[in-house]
Design a protein around this ligand. Structure first.
Ligand code: ARG
Length: 253
């Protein structure tokens, strides 16, 4: 095969397989937005039996409704969520992603739907703050913002990464690690729901703004989502869902 033929067929092959992120108009025409989440991060996105639910799932449903759209949900490992936007496997991701400069290089973030941060949880009541993590073995979920933020504040002995946050928690309760760093609201719920597990709520390590993400550059979709979210925050529906899950309003202020 001649070089130009090879290039021509390679280009054709790429065109056949590459897909473009759906535009806001295409999504509106379809009447449906494809939203991906993890489904293993209670109380934000999780399964109750076979039903996907949680604060983020309900907030997304509210926002989509404002846009006149139905949601087709996809659930997949946390690691694959943002890359799936690039591959046009879904239109939007809502899975408690903190807005970071690193992620913003790869995706476009919408306005934040809550503010939170990483918190220390341990079995040993002496391990409470970021500085108490010095020389300790710490569990975090792979690909989360907890890793870099813990490393920023202290020199730990070892960071153990787990595919889900639930696995990171199990590592702590089975005492394979000294501490677990997770979302403040996840931590509060786990401790409240397992009063006999001996889990000690520590301090916040850092704070972050949590937002949905769309394919890099899909600003019209991000803007429409942010506007719909703002409407849910203005009409009391966001506040009701927030109160139901957290007994407080978790929006950023
Ligand atoms: N907020 C953290 C981050 O930005 C954790 C997100 C974890 N989300 C999840 N669905 N497991 O990385």
């Amino acid at each position: 095969m001649k070089l130009f033929q090879f290039i021509a067929s390679a280009v054709a092959l790429c065109a056949a397989f590459s897909v473009q992120a759906r535009s806001l108009d295409e999504i509106k025409k379809a009447g449906k937005i494809i939203v991906a989440t993890e489904g293993q991060f209670a109380p934000f996105n999780y399964f109750k039996g076979t039903t996907l639910t949680g604060f983020e799932v309900e907030v997304a449903e509210l926002a989509a409704k404002k846009m006149g759209l139905k949601i087709e949900w996809k659930t997949i490992g946390f690691d694959a969520l943002l890359t799936g936007l690039k591959q046009d496997r879904w239109d939007l991701v809502i899975a408690s992603h903190g807005v970071t400069d690193e992620r913003a290089k790869a995706v476009t973030f919408t306005a934040p739907h809550y503010c939170s941060g990483g918190m220390v949880i341990a079995m040993d009541p002496a391990i409470r703050s970021a500085k108490d993590l010095a020389g300790k073995i710490v569990a975090v979920q792979t690909g989360t913002s907890y890793l870099e933020n813990v490393q920023k504040v202290t020199t730990i002995k070892e960071m153990k990464n787990f595919p889900t946050d639930v696995d990171a928690r199990s590592a702590l309760t089975s005492r394979r690690v000294d501490a677990w760093v997770t979302d403040r609201f996840v931590a509060k719920e786990v401790v409240a729901k397992n009063p006999k597990a001996g889990l000690q709520l520590g301090e916040m390590v850092f704070i972050e703004r949590i937002a949905s993400a769309v394919a890099k550059g899909n600003q019209p979709l991000a803007d429409a989502w942010s506007k719909a979210l703002a409407e849910t925050m203005a009409d009391g529906s966001y506040a009701a869902v927030s109160k139901k899950y957290f007994n407080e309003d978790v929006r950023c202020n």
